[in-house]
Write a protein that binds this ligand. Structure first.
Ligand SMILES: [Zn+2]
Length: 270
């Protein structure tokens, strides 16, 4: 039985490789958007009803403005690189929630939440763009779906014989992968490689949106200075370390500016 499951898992793996447009790498993902997005949208709506959404303030308007610039930059990049249909199922939404936790996340399909607690570290528009670019990058690169896929394989191994993925189980895997329960409201930590990938993609998108990619390293320096405070896994210093992150982002900034120039962006807002 074990062998059969292994073969099935391998088959799923081979059948489910999808190319990440931003890295060109093949990744394991057998959850199409059509399966994940409805769950994500429902979870997002539920989260908003259970938390204090800030509306019509200057900060709330800023989150929307930066979000729109970032998502439109992503769209331009994808279209220019032959992925014009990539975002067709996305339903972008940008919300600010009154909560002092240092956090922000983007659920599959472009559902974004910023917590007021991260705004002092963002300091301003360009800092918000750093965080927005990073979170949107996790969604664009399907990092959550990849984690769900890995979780499914694990579960296939653990639950011998039960290879049919029934809906309640799928929901379970979704919850395990995203951790956006009504109580928790935070994304589970991504792997180190996913974090690094999101940093790199996010930097490129923010530059195309007209924000100075040099601000990314500055943001993580402020995050480092704040690391004694309360921060969920997404913004903790453990993986990659703040120092590695700052070093990487500083190194990659010129390439991000060069990429943005291809889109006619020659001045960058700090
Ligand atoms: Zn991240």
């Amino acid at each position: 039985m074990r062998k059969i499951i292994l073969v099935f898992a391998l088959f799923l793996g081979v059948a489910a490789c999808k190319t990440n447009p931003f890295t060109g790498k093949k990744v394991l993902n057998f959850y199409p958007n059509s399966q994940i997005f409805p769950t994500a949208f429902a979870q997002y709506d539920q989260f908003l009803t259970e938390n204090k959404v800030v509306e019509n303030t200057a900060d709330a308007k800023m989150i929307t403005k930066v979000g729109q610039r970032i998502s439109s930059a992503a769209e331009r990049w994808l279209t220019a690189n032959g992925y014009s249909g990539y975002l067709k199922d996305y339903k972008w939404e940008y919300n600010l929630v009154n909560d002092e936790t240092v956090n922000a996340w983007c659920m599959p399909g472009g559902k974004i939440v910023f917590y007021t607690g991260i705004l002092p570290i963002c300091k301003g528009e360009a800092g918000i763009a750093v965080v927005m670019g990073h979170e949107v990058a996790h969604a664009l690169a399907d990092h959550g779906a990849q984690r769900m896929s890995a979780g499914t394989l694990q579960q296939l191994g653990a639950v011998a014989g039960n290879v049919a993925i029934q809906d309640p189980e799928k929901r379970n895997i979704f919850n395990q992968a995203y951790g956006v329960g009504s109580q928790v409201g935070v994304m589970l930590p991504f792997s180190r490689s996913h974090e690094t990938e999101a940093d790199r993609i996010g930097l490129q998108i923010m530059a195309i949106a007209g924000y100075d990619p040099g601000e990314a390293a500055e943001l993580w320096k402020r995050m480092k200075a704040n690391s004694g405070g309360e921060a969920p896994p997404e913004f903790m210093s453990t993986h990659p370390s703040n120092d590695t992150r700052i070093k990487n982002l500083t190194e990659w900034a010129p390439a991000a500016r060069a990429e943005a120039k291809k889109f006619g962006v020659t001045s960058f807002q700090k």
